[in-house]
Design a protein around this ligand. Structure first.
Ligand code: FES
Ligand SMILES: [Fe+2]
Length: 428
């Protein structure tokens, strides 16, 4: 449980909220590259940390992310024309390039020979990499180098992204991502126990296989300079006296979760607050090298997660399952063996996250042993927010530090009592 004050620190990002200020010190995903598929294509609306933005890809393929409202008299640029190297407001034709510089003001009378006035619209620095458009919303004087994400090592990677916008606060989504215990219950209908201890993962069907039926994992938490890792140890089906089934999840501040890999691919989650009460959740399945057929195709990945556009989410990635339609929960299916009555792992998760309310009131909880990692995540972030507010550097930015590309999670059967803290971390 958290005090009301700490719950606010953990959850609020809008305006001058201390967490919002901390999050602005990092490069954050604004949208997927595929949402801007072609030069001079349709602009899209993006909302991050309480700001309404518009993103567009210009004639040369560069991406701009700027304040949605025109610098002239604040009409929405979302309806503008994307043409010849900039986004043109429909109202009086002002045109902004990807850097936010106003390059044309056709309705303005200029004295002969006078230089055009230099007007700068609010636009954020952009990098495009690994399927995402990243923006930096902080002070440009302290802008860090763009750091490729944890899946940046591969020579021939396959990166599949499931995106879901959710009507709830970011922290309850991160807590779901690092909460190992729920998988054996909430996702139990999608998990098939197996005696095969060499490789867990996804079977041909949409079912997860795991070499254990233990529903009460023992959690050990390890704090790191970038956040935290923890292992959930379960008794395996085979060799229960000498071995343990280990699932390691990792939290990289401020908003990245690496859950344990699934057979031939790994997963990473970017949990980006749109504002205090809604979140863009990106669930990525990736492999370093797809030459051996490893990895997962995007449509398969989305179907598996329950994040297919037109089936599970609408064109703007909002879930079609909502409290208003009872998340389309099928009680007959539950009577016939489905644990939740809802198909798809992400659909099951989002039903729980959204059901907690827009911002969960953590002062009323009763935490148990299975919540050790969740409690540690909260401590890490509340302390990081307070430290940054005191003037200390943002969490994870002080050398020596582990580059994100070396940080991986892990799953597998290990000897009982084995050192687990460095499992999955790649060498220099
Ligand atoms: S409001 Fe955009 S050009 Fe006038
Ligand atoms: Fe889950």
């Amino acid at each position: 449980m958290l005090t009301k004050a700490d719950n606010d620190l953990l959850t609020q990002v809008e305006n001058d909220a201390p967490l919002g200020k901390l999050m602005r010190q990092y490069w954050l995903p604004a949208c997927m590259s595929q949402e801007l598929p072609e030069p001079d294509g349709d602009p899209i609306k993006v909302r991050v940390l309480g700001e309404n933005l518009v993103a567009f890809r210009d004639t040369e393929g560069r991406v701009g992310v700027m304040d949605e409202l025109c610098p002239h008299r604040r009409a929405s640029l979302y309806y503008g024309r994307n043409e010849e190297g900039g986004l043109r407001c429909l109202y009086h034709g002002w045109k902004m390039n990807v850097k936010g510089q106003v390059v044309e003001t056709p309705a303005e009378v200029r004295r002969e020979g006078a230089e055009p006035k230099k007007i700068q619209h609010k636009a954020y620095p952009v990098r495009e990499s690994h399927g995402f458009v990243w923006i930096y919303m902080g002070d440009e004087a302290t802008m860090p180098e763009f750091e490729p994400p944890a899946f940046a090592n591969g020579t021939n990677p396959r990166i599949s992204i499931a995106k879901i916008n959710l009507p709830c606060n970011w922290a309850q989504i991160v807590e779901g991502g690092i909460d190992s215990a729920h998988a054996s219950l909430l996702h139990s209908s999608e998990i098939r126990p197996t005696g095969n201890t060499t490789r867990a993962g996804l079977a041909e069907t949409h079912t997860l296989t795991r070499p254990s039926v233990d529903k009460a994992p023992r959690l050990h938490v390890h704090r790191t300079e970038y956040g935290m890792r923890y292992v959930a140890l379960r008794t395996p089906i085979t060799n229960p006296e000498t071995e343990e089934y280990a699932r390691i999840a990792t939290f990289i501040a401020p908003c990245i979760v690496l859950s344990p890999p699934n057979g031939t691919y790994s997963t990473i989650q970017f949990v980006v607050p749109r504002d205090d009460v809604s979140t863009s959740f990106y669930f990525v399945g990736w492999t370093d090298d797809q030459t051996e057929g490893e990895g997962v195709a995007q449509d398969v990945w989305r179907a598996r997660m329950g994040a297919t556009v037109g089936v599970d989410v609408d064109e703007d990635y909002w879930p079609l399952r909502t409290p208003a339609n009872r998340f389309l929960q099928d009680r007959t299916a539950m009577r016939n063996g489905s644990f939740t009555g809802v198909r798809g792992i992400a659909n099951q998760d989002s039903m729980m996250w959204v059901s907690m309310g827009a911002i969960s009131d953590r002062s009323k909880e009763r935490l148990g042993t299975s919540d050790a990692a969740v409690a540690q995540f909260r401590r890490v972030m509340v302390e990081a927010v307070k430290a940054f507010a005191r003037g200390e550097p943002p969490i994870g930015t002080v050398e020596p530090r582990t580059p994100h590309r070396r940080i991986r999670s892990f799953e597998g059967v290990i000897p009982k009592g084995a050192e687990w803290q460095t499992l999955g971390i790649l060498p220099e």
